[in-house]
Design a binder for this molecule. Structure first.
Ligand code: BGC
Length: 415
């Protein structure tokens, strides 16, 4: 059987600035990683040094057969102090964008991927409405400088993640503090503010992030559209899991869907697309989330190997948001590259079924191009198609990189 993808379908990989660039010194996460009592397994450090090696990465991606690259521009570098925008940093991102065009890659640009400037987080961060205005101002500046080179734009990566992580871990809407030791409080102290004011993405009081992040998305999107000199699609990406109900758990599952995606999928109706990002499934019973099922492999991230989650989440997102779908992240952290290929193959067969049913799916971005900094987990989970030597930064494509690149080139999968 051959699964064919529509003409113009984008094949790419995704990364985020903090996870690959290195030395993101003015960001809130840099502080969180370096305070005593931190919940981070290790600091991000040099990451994959993409700040200097972007040309090599872009060239490699193109040589493998891909036609698009999703990456983020770092607010903390562009506006390290309030109102002080760095033209040099914006120029750097112009060079990254130009490199994409030179190599025939469509640049898919994310304006916020988890990290913020430290000054934003220390002044209310993700629970303060002023963050939405500050983010919109950043979007406007960045778009005025870069907009002519952008292919597709995403305002905020997974604004629902604080809520989703909180509920998946059974924290009922509270932030991730339980998993971050005293690090967040210490980072706040070092910034000279009370813990209550210091509200970073992931560690913010999750229930209070929804309205601020929805507002930031709307204002950011409008600012991007107002500042751009050339038309390109603008949307938001969401963290989604295949929420399944065991018998008796249907009402709970539906309630959880409202809690996890409600507001976000509705907001996406006003956008040009919604980005689906999926890694696994979650089973819900009458009284709450269930543990992993016996017999289903558990991955290094702690969740189940469940490639069919992609098909289920695309269908759900398309039904609720009623706009075109981009698969902006899908992948697996594993040391077993054959398991990676199996995961992506099954996920893509699911995309094929969605397309056959007339769902407008426009891309597939594998997470991630490189083995990179996996937030609290440090460098242990290996999501990359490309191995990165932690001492030399040498990039070595894995068999999965060649396998997926070939599919990208053919725009078809022999299943
Ligand atoms: C995030 C990435 C992360 C990936 C794998 C996504 O939710 O956007 O930053 O590395 O999941 O865990």
């Amino acid at each position: 059987m051959t699964v064919r993808f529509p003409p113009g379908f984008l094949w790419g990989t995704a990364t985020a600035a903090h996870q690959v660039e290195g030395s993101n010194l003015a960001s809130d996460f840099w502080s969180l990683e370096h305070t005593p009592g931190t919940g981070f397994k290790e600091p991000s450090g040099d990451a994959c040094d993409q700040w200097h090696r972007y040309r090599e990465d872009v060239a490699l991606l193109a040589a493998l057969g891909f036609g698009a690259y999703r990456f983020s521009i770092e607010w903390a570098r562009i506006e390290p102090e309030e109102g002080r925008f760095s033209v040099a940093v914006l120029d750097h991102y112009r060079r990254v964008l130009a490199a994409c065009h030179e190599h025939g890659l469509v640049p898919f640009v994310t304006y916020h991927h988890f990290t913020s400037p430290r000054w934003v987080t220390a002044d209310g961060g993700m629970t303060d409405e002023r963050t939405a205005d500050r983010f919109a101002r950043f979007c406007e500046r960045a778009t005025a400088h870069l907009g002519d080179l952008i292919g597709v734009a995403c305002t905020i990566n997974e604004p629902n993640t604080p809520i989703l992580v909180s509920h998946t871990l059974g924290l009922d809407g509270k932030g991730l503090e339980a998993f971050s030791g005293d690090g967040v409080a210490e980072a706040a102290r070092r910034c000279g503010v009370a813990r209550e004011r210091f509200q970073p993405f992931l560690f913010a009081d999750a229930a209070r992030t929804r309205d601020v992040l929805l507002l930031a998305h709307r204002k950011g999107r409008d600012a991007i559209k107002a500042a751009r000199r050339r038309d390109f699609p603008v949307g938001v990406t969401l963290s989604m899991q295949d929420d399944q109900a065991v018998p008796g758990g249907e009402a709970r599952r539906d309630r959880m869907r409202d809690e996890l995606y409600g507001g976000f999928l509705e907001a996406a109706r006003e956008d040009d697309f919604v980005g689906v990002q999926t890694y696994t499934r979650k089973r819900w019973g009458k009284d709450g989330g269930l543990a992993n099922e016996d017999g289903v492999p558990t991955l290094v991230m702690g969740y189940e190997f469940w490639p069919e989650a992609l098909e289920a989440t695309i269908r759900y997102a398309a039904r609720e948001a009623r706009v075109p779908i981009h698969v902006t992240e899908n992948g697996i952290g594993t040391d077993d590259d054959a398991q990676r290929i199996e995961y992506v193959r099954r996920a893509l067969v699911g995309v094929g079924r969605c397309l056959a049913d007339g769902i407008d799916v426009r891309s597939y971005f594998y997470w991630s191009l490189l083995d990179n900094f996996e937030w609290l987990f440090g460098y242990e989970p290996r999501f990359g198609l490309v191995d990165v030597d932690r001492k030399t930064q040498l990039r070595t494509p894995k068999p999965s990189a060649h396998w997926l690149g070939k599919i990208a080139r053919a725009n078809a999968l022999e299943a």
